[in-house]
Structures are given as C-alpha cells and as structure tokens.
Design a protein around this ligand. Structure first.
Ligand code: ZN
Length: 401
C-alpha cells in the first residue's frame, strides 16, 4: 500500500471519501477538545461526550469514529503519522477501547465491564475513547447499562457509538448523543481514495468504486483481492443463468456455497488463535492446588468462547450472503435503469453487455418482480430460513421473471 499524501486531507480523515461536512464537524470538535485540555475556552457546543455515527453500511461509520478517536488522542489532531496515531490504527492505544459485538447481540455483562473500564482516567492524560461498533446489537439490558454511563459522563470519557441509523438505538440513548450522519459517497470520491491511498490505477479504481456502491472497504477489496472479485463474478452469473431452471439452480447453489466458504475462511482464521490465547491465559501461573480450580474455570470460559464463536460464524455467514444478494439486486437495478432509459451511472458498468442482454429479454415489470424476490429472500434469511432453501425459492422467481 502506497502512502503518498496525495489527498488534501491529512491523516485518517483522508479515508472518509465524500464526507466533507462530517470531517469539518469532527475537526471543529477535536479542536474544541484540545482547547479543553489546554485549559482554554473551547468553541461553545462543538465538543460533547457522546456521539452516534450513522450511515448506510460501508459509508465509513467506524472509519469516521476511529479518525475522530485519533484526532482526540493525538497531540497533533490526528496526524496519521505519530506513534499515537499508529496505535489508534492498530487498535492498541491504551486510551482507546474498541468494542465490536462478535455474536448476534451484545450482552449486559460485557457492557457493564466496558462501562467500568471506560470510567478510568486516560493513561495518556488526554481522553478515554470508546468506539462501540454496531451499537444497535445491544440487548435491552445492555442498552440500559450503556445509558447510565452516558447520562452520568466521566469528564474525560468520550463515547463514539456506531449504528446504521439513529432509529436503531433506543430513544433515551439517541437523545443524549450528537448524531453524525454519513452519506453514501459518490463513486468518484471513493475512486479517488483508492487511487491516492492504495495506488490503484484510475479505471480499475472507478470500476471497483461503482461496483461497491459507495462502500470504500468493499471497493478496495474488489480492486485488490482477486477472490473478492471472483465471488462477485459468481453472483453475477445468476442473472445470466436465470433463463432456465437447471443452470439457475446450480448457479444459486454455487452462490450460497461461495458465501459459506468465505465466511468459514474468515471465522476459522480467528477461532483457533482465540482458543489458544484462552488456553495460555489459564495455563500460565497455575501450579499445585490451583490447577484443578483453573481447569474448571477454563472449561467454563472455553464453553463461553465457543458459544460466541458459533454465533459469530452465523453472523458472518449471514452478512456474506446478504452482500451477495445486494450485488444481485444492484445488477437488476442497473437492468431497470437501462429498460426505462434513465441517465444514471451503472454500478455494473463493467458488465454492460450482460446488462443489455437481460434488459432486452425482459420488461421493467418483470425486473421489479425480480428485485422484489431478492428483497424477500433477504428478509427470509434475516428470519433464519435455511439459506439454500431461501435462495432456491428466489431463483425460481428470477427464472419466472
Ligand atoms: Zn498523530
């Protein structure tokens, strides 16, 4: 990855493609926070201790939260270069708590522990920052524990919550946070980030940015990771195969299998190191009488860990499949745009012959029905219907048109 600071925006804020208003707001807040530390009078109302970052998936909620964390923790306002900034980047800064629910929800016990840790004084003498990703996955009790912390703030603790929309959090929490709304960035802005930060050549950067629909991380993966590009190709085979039942069903099965394999590769890579770390934690320092007690404790902790790993595996699998279905929906949206003659940028411009072929062979009404079938399939998956079953049913609708 090349590191030329070709973008005008230095440090982490450069990652926030097309979010100029948000960047300006966060910079003002960070300057006010620095004034507080310097014992000066900050700009009134610019800084507050609880923030809620919202925006569609991939718009950069957690990137914005981290950039803001760096701006608060770095003596230089988040320069992106110093030791402090590098620690924020790596997630190892002593005053930064990064929280990411690993299962489908975030429990009350974990939240209470977090609130306790967050109340500590910052080791670096600046701020104690908590970045809480997917805060919408809090259970009701966990949300109550979190609310207490936000209602009675510790002077130097800053909470940065992330959620798809403000409505995803209970009103009591939402009303106490300053809401930062990220927008879906334009493809050109995403492409610019890929070009300047990752050294990807312009045409490839723009194609990846369009295909990723404003999702910076995904655009980067599509441009740099051959297996991500291959998975997208697998998904986009479905519409082409949806002319007869046999090929359509096998394309659908391949889509589910690819998503599951990918999810497995992701989670298996995390599972064993986690188990190993747990064994080490219990193995060290337990001798004599302590051993039996430690062994019992470890069995319980291992069971806990395995439960969490299982629910994480389910979540990753669901997310991967949802991504595949989103790609599929975007393909048909492009088809619809061609059918109605709308003058818009095609997300799958690199597949224009395929798009035109499907557009010519069907009507806008049929494309709308197909889009509905995909949305219905996503809903069913979120209700835990068996993936292959849901995707096969969807495929039948795609073939019917
Ligand atoms: Zn720095």
């Amino acid at each position: 990855m090349s590191q030329q600071p070709a973008s005008a925006e230095p440090g982490f804020f450069a990652e926030l493609a097309g979010q100029d208003a948000v960047v300006a707001q966060l910079r003002t807040a960070a300057a006010a926070a620095a004034a507080v530390l310097a014992g000066e009078r900050p700009a009134p109302g610019a800084m507050t201790h609880a923030w809620l970052f919202t925006g569609p998936p991939g718009s950069g909620r957690s990137v914005a939260a981290r950039a803001f964390a760096a701006a608060l923790l770095c003596p230089d306002g988040g320069c992106g270069e110093c030791a402090c900034c590098r620690q924020v980047q790596a997630g190892t800064h002593a005053d930064l708590l990064l929280v990411r629910p690993e299962g489908l929800s975030y429990g009350v016990r974990q939240t209470r522990e977090l609130v306790l840790r967050a109340a500590g004084a910052p080791a670096g003498g600046r701020w104690q920052v908590v970045v809480f990703e997917d805060a919408d996955r809090c259970t009701e009790q966990a949300a109550n524990a979190l609310l207490k912390a936000i209602e009675e703030p510790t002077p130097r603790t800053v909470w940065l919550l992330c959620a798809p929309s403000a409505e995803d959090l209970v009103p009591t929490i939402r009303s106490r946070c300053r809401v930062v709304t990220l927008v879906v960035p334009a493809s050109a802005a995403v492409a610019k980030v890929l070009m300047t930060r990752d050294g990807i050549e312009p045409a490839a950067a723009l194609a990846a940015a369009r295909a990723a629909q404003g999702h910076v991380g995904r655009a980067r993966r599509l441009a740099l990771d051959a297996s991500a590009a291959a998975r997208r190709a697998e998904v986009l085979r479905v519409p082409m195969a949806a002319v007869s039942l046999g090929p359509a069903l096998s394309a659908a099965a391949a889509l589910v299998r690819t998503a599951e394999d990918e999810a497995k590769a992701v989670t298996e890579g995390q599972d064993e190191p986690e188990r190993e770390a747990l064994r080490r934690a219990f193995g060290e320092g337990s001798t004599g009488k302590g051993v039996a007690k430690a062994m019992r404790g470890m069995a319980g902790a291992m069971k806990d860990l395995e439960d969490r790993q299982k629910s994480r595996a389910t979540r990753v699998k669901r997310d991967m499949l949802d991504q595949a279905l989103t790609d599929l929906a975007v393909f048909y949206r492009d088809v619809l745009m061609l059918q109605v003659g709308a003058d818009v940028e095609l997300a799958n411009g690199d597949r224009e012959p395929d798009l035109r072929q499907v557009a010519a062979a069907s009507t806008p009404e049929s494309t709308l029905r197909r889009l509905q079938a995909i949305m219905h399939c996503r809903e069913r998956l979120s209700l835990n219907v068996a993936p292959l079953l849901a995707v096969e049913d969807m495929t039948l609708s795609l073939v019917e048109g």
